[in-house]
Design a binder for this molecule. Structure first.
Ligand code: HPA
Length: 267
């Protein structure tokens, strides 16, 4: 499988050598529309599995952001769609094989922390994997990464500092938070939300962690940003919904686009 992905990516990239892969979360496709010299290919034409969730286009864009060649995944593979966690390992290994050296992950998340409001962008400082799944299960290929990879300083501290400075320059007060991954697809119960808060998480979502575990395994530095689309269940009057997630993500996505532009300029 990896071989096929690598071949298809190589023939798409031709002589381009992007080193950064950005994964765009639900409703956060705006960056892909604000990209210079964009060339797009559908996941289908890359031999990648189909994406089913709305708000995710299912295409890869090559282009320039902040003067850097980047690859954008518009549409991510969620485990709640039935995708196997190993798929994430296969895809990211293929990206690494064609020269990707850094991962930027973005997502839409619910806030567990009353100080973190809907519409804000949060720098992910660490995560808690409550999904019960792991992309590294199975016989290990030692040439890709270690059997027991460390998860220390996965969300690179110097990159987080850089983002904070850029945010301050833009007049944004960027907080840092711990992201909790659940499997989904249902939103949490209010009791789960209280429990997750006690466990030390600031935001909750249904993605990202499998990608980050794989990146750490492949020794790729990671930068993570959450767009807070709602207060998690029980912390706001209305129940969370996918429509609300998409609407708020679209509203906040201009901030995210501006931030990523400035960040990539400094990479
Ligand atoms: N819970 C889980 N995932 C989410 C949420 C939420 O409240 N909001 C956006 N993604």
């Amino acid at each position: 499988m990896i071989k096929k992905y690598v071949q298809n990516l190589k023939s798409f990239l031709k002589n381009h050598k992007p080193e950064t892969l950005i994964i765009l979360g639900s409703g956060l496709g705006a960056l892909a529309q604000n990209i210079e010299h964009a060339q797009k290919i559908s996941y289908e034409n890359l031999g990648f599995p189909k994406i089913n969730v709305s708000g995710h286009a299912g295409q890869l864009t090559l282009g320039r952001v902040g003067g850097k060649d980047v690859l954008l995944m518009e549409g991510r593979y969620h485990l709640y769609e039935g995708h196997q966690p190993e798929l994430i390992k296969d895809l990211l290994s293929a990206f690494a094989a064609v020269g990707i050296k850094r991962l930027v992950v973005t997502n839409a998340a619910g806030s567990l922390n009353p100080k973190i409001k809907a519409g804000s962008v949060v720098i992910i400082k660490d995560h808690i994997n409550l999904s019960g799944k792991n992309p590294l299960i199975g016989v290990n290929n030692d040439s890709l990464g270690p059997r027991f990879p460390s998860m220390n300083n996965v969300y690179d501290v110097s990159e987080r500092k850089k983002l904070k400075k850029i945010g301050a320059r833009m007049g944004l007060k960027l907080r840092e938070g711990v992201y909790m991954m659940v499997l989904g697809p249902n939103f949490e119960t209010p009791s789960e939300v209280r429990a997750f808060r006690r466990l030390g998480a600031d935001m909750v979502g249904m993605s990202t962690v499998t990608e980050v575990i794989t990146a750490a395994y492949l020794s790729m530095p990671v930068t993570g940003l959450s767009v807070i689309t709602n207060m998690a269940a029980g912390l706001q009057k209305t129940a969370p919904s996918h429509a609300e997630t998409l609407e708020m993500a679209q509203k906040a996505s201009q901030t995210l686009v501006a931030l990523l532009h400035a960040y990539l300029e400094e990479l």
